[in-house]
Write a protein that binds this ligand. Structure first.
Ligand SMILES: Nc1ncnc2c1ncn2[C@@H]1O[C@H](COP(=O)(O)OS(=O)(=O)O)[C@@H](OP(=O)(O)O)[C@H]1O
Length: 609
């Protein structure tokens, strides 16, 4: 019998009417004291499995809360359950450290997400793979009433070092307070008006309320989800996921979409091509309107930024009105704007920072020189006023250059007219892409070279190939990596994830093609796997799915080279055949892995071998 049951039975015994000796009475007092002091009961189920640790004083409230949950699930939690909001706040965390996610059957909780509150929260992570239909899946998941989807589709918490270092708190902040929460939505709307606002980065710092409130409402959902298709390709993400969820109260499920590998690789190549085309258009617009964009920026944004402030809605509107129509009219306006902000921030940010902190004041001149050549606008006086705003109160270190020197330099630039140098964006800003032949062949050649150098290479052995992939392929932890072939090597990536601690029974595989043709069947299976009730989505056809993706992730299509159905150009036949041949052994390994049955979802796939 467990400790708490012993405690309870001795308490029952002492409560009965039998004659008590002073020793009994002392024991009684001690037992009551122990109960009061401990204040917690460990409740166990029939198998003696630990279910939850709850405060004695909250048991009744939990019961009444449960009753509320059995109802229609609508309305205010605390009102319905008969306790105050403050009390609700103390009750809710009790559920946080509760059941193991594997110990419940979603069928017991058929109607409302809030019913899962007693369970360990599950994070459903779409961890792969790029170009396999992950956005369509994200659109489905985010429309399910019992799943809370992250604000941005790709959270990139576990693959990007910078994000991961910020810890679980930062990860948790990727989910809003709650869908439709007016406070949160209101703040977000305001922030989104600022073109400099980067949803994935700024929100955590800016939305203090969301940050501080995030934990409680999120706990009201049993399942939350995100989709970062790069996770399984990263050589660090799976290990981090396994370790993080091992020590967290939450549990995870990993969903991996796969696609015919040659098709996937080509789809990625085409996305890259589109990105580069988009960049070329951006560049054109930037060059054409550099001067006027700069003066709008200088007029409305720079003075505020110099004081560490952001534009309010009114200022923002004025700024937008000031911008040339050709820029605001085009769908990629926001991207151009972000691009511009990057340029401006280099010139401006570097400048302001230099004014405040640089040990050498000529850093400013250097920064300005990097981005403006030989700068500037017609209205030199206005700009000088601006320089005054920026420099006011700042300390110049005048060992090499006086303030006057800097002003003079800027003035010279202003008088010569603005023309910013796109080069100041850095080498990587405008992506480059090799021809298909080179891009795919270089991957195959490096694979071959590595294979020859590795005596233990065995094409039929998963462990051999996995260690080979780990050694031979670059797996950078961020950015567009152009790993066309590598990212299609699903088997070794999955194996590495398992080797790094991901439980295979927590992986659900989806074959992209099957998902396209039978989304409902797949979603029904997936619902069971992640532990939510089945749901009848009100979209089904490709057009409807596309609409849903745009509704849920509005900027996606305009900023990333992503298209709903981007396969327009055929892969050159010769490369296609070579890549298909290259993929053959990896496909066989994947098939073997799937047939084992430890991973859930797809059991086989239709890739040709
Ligand atoms: N319902 C459904 N099921 C499966 N696949 C679908 C679905 N809808 C779209 N697509 C195809 O998905 C491709 C884009 O994949 P992703 O959204 O994962 O791309 S990305 O990784 O986010 O860039 C993209 O592939 P390409 O056509 O090769 O570009 C889409 O055609």
């Amino acid at each position: 019998m467990t400790q708490d049951r012993q405690l309870l039975s001795s308490f029952d015994h002492l409560q009965s009417g039998s004659r008590r000796t002073p020793r009994d009475q002392l024991a009684r007092v001690l037992a009551i004291l122990a109960l009061l002091c401990v204040l917690t009961l460990i409740i166990t189920d029939e198998e003696g499995e630990k279910l939850s640790t709850v405060k004695v004083s909250t048991i009744q409230k939990i019961d009444s809360f449960k009753q509320y949950l059995q109802g229609d699930g609508e309305g205010n939690v605390s009102d319905e359950a008969g306790f105050s909001d403050e009390e609700a706040e103390t009750v809710l965390p009790v559920f946080d450290a509760s059941l193991s996610a594997t110990s419940y059957d979603p069928a017991d909780f058929p109607t409302h997400s809030k019913m899962y509150i007693e369970k360990r929260r599950v994070t459903a992570i779409v961890a792969g793979s790029q170009k396999c239909g992950t956005s369509a899946l994200a659109a489905y998941l985010s429309s399910h009433p019992s799943i809370q989807f992250s604000r941005v589709k790709e959270v990139h918490h576990f693959d990007i070092d910078k994000n991961f270092k910020k810890g679980l708190k930062k990860y948790n902040a990727q989910w809003p307070i709650g869908p439709g929460d007016p406070d949160f939505e209101g703040q977000l709307e305001e922030l989104r008006k600022d073109p400099d606002f980067k949803e994935e980065e700024v929100i955590y710092d800016q939305v203090g309320v969301a940050k501080s409130k995030a934990s409680t409402p999120v706990q009201r959902y049993g399942v939350r989800a995100e989709a970062t298709p790069y996770y399984i390709a990263s050589n660090v993400a799976c290990e981090r996921i396994a370790k993080t969820f091992d020590s967290a109260d939450d549990d995870y499920r990993m969903i991996v979409m796969i696609r015919e590998p040659t098709e996937r690789a080509w789809s990625e190549y085409q996305m890259e091509t589109r990105r580069i085309e988009d960049d070329a258009k951006n560049r054109e617009v930037l060059e054409k309107h550099a001067t006027s964009m700069f003066s709008c920026y200088a007029q409305y944004k720079l003075p505020l930024f110099a004081q560490g402030k952001r534009l309010d809605a009114d200022g923002l509107q004025k700024y937008e009105e000031c911008l040339p129509e050709e820029i605001t009219e085009q769908p990629k306006h926001k991207k151009v704007e972000r691009t511009l902000a990057t340029v401006m921030n280099k010139g401006r940010g570097g400048g302001v920072k230099a004014l405040k902190t640089a040990t050498k004041a000529n850093t400013l001149a250097k920064q300005v020189n990097q981005c403006w050549e030989p700068a500037v606008p017609s209205d030199a006086d206005a700009f000088m006023e601006l320089v005054d705003t920026i420099t006011k109160g700042d300390t110049f270190i005048k060992d090499e250059m006086t303030e006057q020197d800097i002003r003079r330099q800027i003035k010279i630039k202003l008088e010569n007219g603005v023309l910013f140098k796109l080069g100041c964006l850095g080498e990587k800003f405008f992506e480059k892409l090799e021809s298909p032949d080179n891009a795919f062949r270089s991957d195959m050649i490096s694979h071959q070279t590595c294979k020859l150098a590795n005596k233990n290479y065995d094409e039929t052995s998963l462990s051999s190939i996995t260690s080979f992939v780990n050694t031979c392929y670059r797996t950078p932890s961020k950015g567009i990596t152009k790993q066309f072939l590598y990212r299609s090597l699903f088997a070794p990536q999955l194996q590495r994830c398992m080797d790094q601690g991901i439980d295979p029974s927590k992986i659900f595989l989806i074959d992209s093609e099957t998902f396209k043709t039978s989304p409902r069947e797949i979603m029904t299976e997936l619902h069971k796997f992640i532990g939510v009730e089945d749901f009848d989505y009100d979209f089904d056809t490709p057009e409807e799915v596309h609409k849903q993706i745009n509704k849920r992730f509005p900027s996606f299509e305009f900023t990333t080279g992503w298209r709903f159905d981007g396969s327009t150009v055929e892969m050159p036949e010769k490369i296609k055949n070579d890549v298909a041949k290259f993929m053959k052994p990896f496909n066989l390994l994947l098939q073997k892995m799937m047939k084992k049955g430890t991973m859930k979802g797809a059991r086989s796939f239709s890739f040709e071998n």
